[in-house]
Design a protein around this ligand. Structure first.
Ligand SMILES: Cc1ncc(COP(=O)(O)O)c(C=O)c1O
Length: 445
């Protein structure tokens, strides 16, 4: 393998000089295991990157795609659709809650969140509220790397190089209970982080606010998991001010949080759900949105110029991707993987509790197979490790050396293995994590 090759391929959010010196090149994968070009095995504790929900090398999905390859692999979304796209739309409307029945497909997550925000704006425009354009979202949230999605994202590090964005993005603090931005404690806080959204809408002017976009559980913020009441309050506020509630379920969808969608886990139906990542388990790129009858109805009519949704992507509804998504969803349904995710997630939490003796586990949070652990130097004061140590990153890199892939950040790590993971594999994952954490805790002491 030529090293020039490594220099000439930019990876995501990656310092390429460092990577070129220590590259990780995957060759094959099966179940919850990767193998690199040197023959080293890695336990996939992150489903690739929250994607491979049904595991690697799933025969049912591969066979469905092979069959589709022989039938049709492209149908232009500008003037036609195809049988798989229709089948997928129907299936999605069956597994999502409430009156979410209408689907717009795309090729990935950023396209989905962009589409959702555009749909909200155009919906208001053609229902008599042309000035409703602002998008409210959360600090530390992430909705993708295209400019609109990044504008709504609240991850400072990923945003600053590309500012300024278009106008109309307003951010509020997320439900970070462990480190409440308002210095309050649950439940005495009365969920101020949700209620304050009403004040923000009033101050911005309700006639200018189009949508509120939130991840049910935020990855980039550190698996931020809101209290049960949070989304119910947001739902009420959005209804009161005619603001479209968008759930970005690109990570939390398709069984990840213990139900098919986090909307079901948190018992709140938004107006739009954005999907991607686990939708086709990584066998083919796909994303999309599903939205309410109320919104869909505003786009039916005779005058094309006024009512057609002015959005499109060349690969939307690609038959091969749709076939992969249908097969993935059927695997999740038939093997009851969302419930398996619940069980396995509880096992991870139990194993993390056993690591309390190290004295550096500040908080464990998440739902289903989306579990995060935050590290502290001092459990009483919640003081974090010195920034220069990059403690969580050291833990993650140590685990990688030992053959485990997890999500890592300076102050936390996260586990999100494929939903098919068995108990023994969870134990193996947690054993490697334990060893890595212990070594780094000793080194940092
Ligand atoms: C919550 C969330 N939304 C949107 C996106 C963007 O998805 P994609 O990378 O497929 O464009 C991501 C990607 O990590 C994400 O985590």
């Amino acid at each position: 393998m030529s090293s020039n090759y490594l220099k000439r391929l930019f990876l995501d959010f990656m310092q390429m000089k460092e990577f070129a010196e220590h590259p990780l090149i995957m060759k094959s994968a099966k179940g919850v295991w990767y193998e690199d070009v040197a023959g080293k095995k890695y336990l996939d504790g992150l489903s690739g990157i929250f994607v491979v929900s049904a595991g690697h090398g799933n025969r049912r999905i591969i066979d469905a795609m092979k069959k589709q390859l022989d039938e049709i692999t492209f149908a232009p979304p500008l003037h036609s659709t195809n049988l798989r796209a229709l089948e997928l739309a129907e299936l999605l409307s069956k597994i999502t809650p409430g009156d979410l029945h209408t689907v717009k497909l795309s090729s990935g997550g950023s396209e989905a969140t962009e589409t959702a925000m555009k749909l909200a704006r155009q919906y208001h425009r053609q229902t008599g509220n042309p000035h409703k354009y602002k998008i409210i979202s959360l600090y530390d949230g992430f909705h993708g790397t295209t400019m609109g999605a990044l504008g709504a994202s609240g991850t400072t590090k990923r945003r600053t190089a590309f500012e300024p964005f278009g106008s109309g993005y307003v951010h509020v603090f997320p439900p970070t209970c462990y480190r409440c931005p308002y210095g309050l404690t649950y439940p005495d806080c009365h969920i101020l982080c949700a209620r304050i959204v009403e004040d923000v809408i009033k101050k911005e002017g309700p006639s200018t606010v189009s949508a509120l976009i939130v991840e049910p559980i935020s990855n980039t913020g550190g698996i931020i998991t809101p209290p049960d009441e949070y989304f119910k309050i947001l739902r009420e506020i959005c209804d009161k001010y005619n603001v479209i509630l968008i759930f970005d379920e690109i990570i939390t969808g398709f069984g990840r949080t213990g139900e098919m969608f986090a909307a079901q886990t948190f018992k709140t139906t938004p107006d739009i759900i954005c999907m991607g990542k686990g939708m086709a388990s990584g066998y083919s790129p796909i994303g999309g949105i599903i939205f309410s009858d109320k919104i869909a109805d505003a786009f039916y009519g005779r005058n094309e110029d006024q009512v057609q949704f002015n959005d499109g992507h060349t690969y939307a509804g690609n038959p091969l991707s749709c076939a992969a998504a249908i097969a993935t969803i059927n695997v999740i349904i038939d093997e009851r993987l969302q419930y398996k995710a619940r069980d396995r997630g509880l096992r991870i939490v139990e194993k993390l509790k056993e690591l309390e003796y190290l004295g550096i586990i500040g908080d464990v949070r998440g739902k289903g197979l989306l579990i995060g652990v935050e590290f502290v130097k001092d459990k009483v004061t919640k003081a974090q490790f010195d920034e220069r140590i990059n403690f969580g990153i050291r833990v993650g890199k140590n685990a990688l050396q030992k053959g485990l892939i997890i999500r890592f950040d300076p102050n936390w790590c996260a586990f999100a293995p494929p939903l098919i993971i068995e108990n023994e594999e969870v134990d193996q994952m947690m054993q490697i994590f334990h060893e890595s954490l212990k070594e780094e805790a000793l080194a940092a002491a």
